[in-house]
Design a protein around this ligand. Structure first.
Ligand code: UD1
Ligand code: UDP
Length: 364
């Protein structure tokens, strides 16, 4: 049997984790083969290579080496380089994940060449067009032939925009698959708690990287000072995205002497899972980390004005905190500590990747 070829475009940290769940199944499928393209959007060892090493992701066929840049420059370079690869490989479909510039570039390049696009994590909306991710995800959804949605809410969002019927497949969330698959491996392989001298339930884990927070000096200062205040009650571990590290340095933002915030480099997924599982509370602006907090039943504070993952608010595991002042953030963090939400399983049963791979095979 001639295998059908899936051309996957990934480039940013959360996409490596999502692809780990799906690429593993593609590699085991006798009727499918994958051409894996890394755009090079993320390139530091701890933002890229570590995930390939830990999560058994196949070595990409090519790394386009696009790197950092303005939105137009970065997306434009990816578009042009992906088009060349698509013309060379002539795949049966293109597969993209999430809402980054790599997602948009992949979807646009393929749609223009009449190659069907499959979008995993389709239908999410923040309804805030100031977010680059919102533009990327709306465009990717409207360019796609097959839309794999993580939640019911995502299905309704697509319906509102006229995207209905067979195109929309409610697969569940591949990040939940990854959390189940790698959760045990993290327990046996990660040494991060010992390495950092941390005890379960005695620290707050935080991540901050979203443009709306890093690019607004008032918000960023409020967040860092808010974490500083909260850390006087419970120490904060902050594995910091390089984007945020660069802005803090540029703006000279530092923590006060009496704060107990420990800034560390970004960590691999297995260490991150251990830090999440054992945290007393998670404070983040990350999409993936919000959900992982829920998977591990750790309460979460999200430093944003809205979230695409509205189920987490409804279940009470997450709350939005507008980063208006350090005092407000610290108060909300204190308030959230020790809270619990209701049970529920809005992200499927951990078999999203199976549904995606089987549906792609059927449709191709
Ligand atoms: C991107 C995605 C965002 C996603 C995030 C995941 C877009 C528009 N944004 O944001 O949706 O949540 O990835 O982490 O696609 N940098 C490094 N080394 C790296 C990568 C980045 O130093 O390996 C620094 C550079 O200064 C760069 C900055 O981080 O300019 C931003 O990187 P970029 O990939 O443009 O956006 P992210 O903020 O990572
Ligand atoms: N993550 C990680 N190491 C870190 C920070 C995050 O492995 O130091 C993982 C995290 O567990 C989640 C994913 O990266 O699976 C989330 O990526 P990120 O926050 O960069 O992007 P977003 O999900 O907001 O798009």
């Amino acid at each position: 049997m001639t295998k059908k070829s899936i051309f996957t475009v990934i480039g940013a940290r959360p996409q490596f984790i999502k692809a780990a769940a799906v690429s593993r199944l593609i590699s085991r499928h006798e009727g499918l083969e994958e051409i894996l393209v890394h755009t090079g959007q993320h390139y530091d060892g701890n933002m890229s290579q570590i995930f390939f090493d830990e999560l058994e992701i196949p070595v990409p066929n090519v790394n386009l080496g696009v790197g950092s840049g303005g939105h137009g420059e970065q997306t434009g370079q990816m578009l042009s380089a992906i088009e060349k690869e698509l013309l060379k490989h002539k795949p049966d479909c293109l597969l993209v994940y999430g809402d980054t510039n790599s997602t948009l570039a992949g979807a646009l390049a393929a749609a223009k060449l009449h190659i069907p696009v499959a979008h995993v994590e389709a239908g999410l909306r923040s309804f805030n067009r100031n977010m680059p991710e919102e533009i990327n995800r709306v465009m990717a959804d409207h360019l796609s032939e097959w839309l794999f949605t993580p939640t019911n809410e995502a299905v309704s969002n697509l319906a509102t925009e006229g995207i209905l019927g067979d195109k929309v497949i409610e697969s569940g969330d591949v990040m939940y698959d990854a959390a189940l698959y790698f959760g045990h491996k993290a327990e046996s392989e990660s040494r991060i708690l010992d390495d950092l001298g941390l005890k379960a339930g005695e620290y707050i884990l935080s991540t901050v990287h979203r443009a709306e927070n890093t690019d607004d000096p008032v918000r960023l200062e409020a967040i860092m000072q808010g974490l500083g205040l909260a850390s006087q009650t419970c120490p904060v571990i902050l594995p910091l995205h390089p984007r945020t590290t660069a802005v803090l340095k540029r703006q000279g933002i530092t923590f006060s002497d009496n704060s107990n915030v420990r800034v560390i480099d970004p960590v691999g997924y297995l260490d991150m899972v251990m830090l999440e599982k054992n945290a007393k509370l998670i404070v983040t602006d990350s999409g993936g980390v919000q959900k992982e907090a829920f998977f591990y039943k750790v309460p979460c504070v999200t430093l944003r004005d809205e979230t695409e993952w509205v189920e987490l608010l409804a279940l009470g595991w997450n709350r939005l905190v507008h980063p208006e002042s350090a005092e407000h953030i610290s108060e909300c963090v204190m308030h959230a500590m020790g809270t619990k939400g209701q049970s529920g399983s809005p992200y499927g049963d951990g078999k999203a990747a199976n549904i995606i791979v089987d549906s792609l095979f059927e449709r191709l």
